[in-house]
Design a protein around this ligand. Sequence first.
Ligand code: UDP
Length: 240
Amino acid sequence: MQVNVLGVGFDNITMEEAVTEGVRLLSAEGAHYAVTPNPEIVEVCREDRSALEAVNGADLVLADGIGVIYGAKMLGTPLKGRVTGIGFAQGLMERMAENGKSLYLLGARPGVAEKAAENLKTQYPGLRIAGTRDGYFQEDGPVIEAIRASGADAVFVCLGAPKQEKWMRKNGEATGAHLLVGLGGCLDVFSGEVQRAPEVFQKLGLEWLHRLAKNPSRIGRMMKLPMFLVHVAGEKGKKK
Ligand code: UDP
């Protein structure tokens, strides 16, 4: 079942259910992709039709961001809970390591994906890394070809939103992978370049505050959050 929050259809599932579905898609025929929108991306989708199509066209739309959970609740259609992109990725890698599936890491600045690959191979023994590639390429063709040649089952696409969602929609099929996941800044975290917020921030849904404190230039982007809540309140008014 999906819950509509300002035009974006979120899957109403728990983390466990999301990982189970991800594992199923990994072995299903054809190409599939998963997205993890937060309020900022929902706001982008309101103004960018092709971003909205890319997000809503995904096989899995996971509610990453406490704001989405609040928004859905305010609209009277609560979601089961938050499914963070990073948690989903971790759950998926655990299962991939058990099943001998291979993963391609695409995105972030040069050198970051390689570092992430080294760390992930240690953290998930048995996980096969099919290849890596930074996210600052000019042409899609050689990147698609490299992924196809690697024979990867899954690709983590970390190019920032909404670039990664559009990229997966356009090129997912051509990569030959069964599951692509849009994960924003996750490779920066997996590589150890960026520290994830302390657990207490994560539990309170305040990861965004930690990221802002570490990187104050994000303030412009974060101003989208209050706008999101204003738009949700407006939508709620219309529903009455
Ligand atoms: N990035 C990239 N190619 C680009 C633009 C961005 O690979 O053309 C990477 C960037 O280096 C970073 C990630 O995409 O690793 C985006 O991180 P951000 O924290 O903005 O993403 P969020 O998780 O907030 O969506």
